[in-house]
Design a protein around this ligand. Structure first.
Ligand code: GN1
Ligand code: MG
Length: 358
């Protein structure tokens, strides 16, 4: 599909409509992503429009990425960290007609998957996300700006849910009744999270915060992990964010959009591979408290995502794009089924974790 882009966007980077080919790619819910292929160069680029209703300060993203890139270039110069391409004026982002755009180098000979089809992919992806946090273990996470304040703050997500519930019209509340009950009856996950939050050995680390499989590039031939992408939500967070979102998105063969809940099961070989890959990088730096929370990370993120989908449904689907009105409610149901599967398999999962923490 060829697209009509404002020529000023291309001009900011020294290109024109005539000398580039542009196609829309990616399946993210938040930013719009294009592949930019200049006819004059071998190299290709990723062009992204930043969703400013979600990312209120695109400059914060740019500042964080610059600070991390500078640090890594000194401490781990061989590490592939995808930095933005500068505009002709030397900016990290182009601000054009109320919109923000950025360009990133496209890493050739790599693939980005939408679904995992082999546990090795789970191992490689988890290792990449673990590696990023490990390399940044000594970087002062507090110097980064939260690009979405309270993004993985489960208390805030719960409050947003109760607010949306109080403000929702009767019809929506009635439709969502069973999931509202689910949300309320799983509140112990929030209480558990809060009971750990102030422990001295539960530090803020640099977290990616969006560790789904499409956000890691794998070698197209060997499936070896090459680097992580989609760096907008790199900010301070707890270690349970990244591992938890991997559990949420790697363990089931079907996505959050699957409405046949019989298909929402977890795949133990993927769990084992993911744990091995992540802990291969992180085991040496995790604190005793963090090690206690490995399995909990999945419950925390899946519950939070269920709350976020439910909140959006109750608020009239303002955040997540939907294909039909009840899609966010269906996504919420899907996430509660996934949470249930995690609990049902808890003993086996915990055994796998313990074997890999020794
Ligand atoms: C959003 O845009 P995408 O698909 O990378 C969301 C994540 C959710 C995910 C659920 C900034 O990610 O937090 O887990 O949808 N990102 C933001 O599919 O809200
Ligand atoms: Mg994203």
């Amino acid at each position: 599909m060829e697209l009509n882009l404002d020529s000023e966007v291309l001009a900011a980077y020294g290109y024109t409509k005539e000398n580039t080919k542009i196609t829309q790619i990616g399946t993210g819910l938040i930013n719009r992503t294009y592949l930019l292929s200049p006819l004059t160069e071998e190299k290709k680029y990723i062009l992204q429009n930043i969703n400013t209703s979600v990312f209120k300060s695109p400059q914060a993203i740019a500042n964080n990425l610059r600070a991390i890139a500078d640090y890594l270039s000194l401490t781990s110069p061989e590490y592939l960290f995808i930095k933005p391409v500068y505009t002709k004026k030397g900016e990290e982002i182009a601000h054009i007609k109320q919109e923000y755009w950025r360009v990133l180098p496209f890493v050739s000979n790599t693939i980005s998957l939408n679904v995992l089809a082999d546990p090795k992919q789970a191992y490689e992806a988890a290792k990449q996300f673990g590696k990023l946090s490990r390399l940044l273990d000594k970087f002062d996470a507090k110097t980064l700006e939260p690009t979405i304040p309270g993004f993985h703050d489960l208390k805030l997500r719960y409050e947003q849910f109760t607010l949306a519930l109080n403000q929702a019209n009767e019809k929506l509340k009635e439709t969502a009744n069973a999931q509202v009950e689910n949300a309320l009856s799983h509140k112990y996950i929030l209480d558990y999270y809060l009971s750990y939050l102030n422990r001295a050995d539960f530090p803020d680390r640099v977290m990616h915060h969006d560790t789904k499989i499409s956000n890691v590039l794998l070698d197209e031939k060997t499936n070896e992990g090459i680097c992580v992408i989609d760096l907008d939500t790199i900010m301070p967070g707890k270690f349970i964010s990244d591992l938890g979102d991997m559990m949420r998105t790697y363990l089931c063969a079907f996505s959050e959009n699957e409405t046949d809940l019989d298909k929402v099961n977890i795949r133990l070989p993927y769990f084992e591979a993911m744990i091995k890959g992540y802990l291969a990088e992180m085991k040496s730096i995790l604190t005793p408290t963090e090690k206690e929370l490995v399995l909990f990370s999945g419950k925390y993120i899946i519950y939070m995502q269920a709350l976020r989908f439910l909140t959006d449904f109750l608020s009239g689907n303002q955040y997540y794009p939907t294909d039909y009105p009840a899609q966010n409610l269906d996504r919420c149901k899907n996430q509660f089924k996934l949470l249930h599967e995690l609990s049902v398999n808890e003993k086996e999962l915990q055994d796998i974790i313990e074997e890999n923490l020794i």
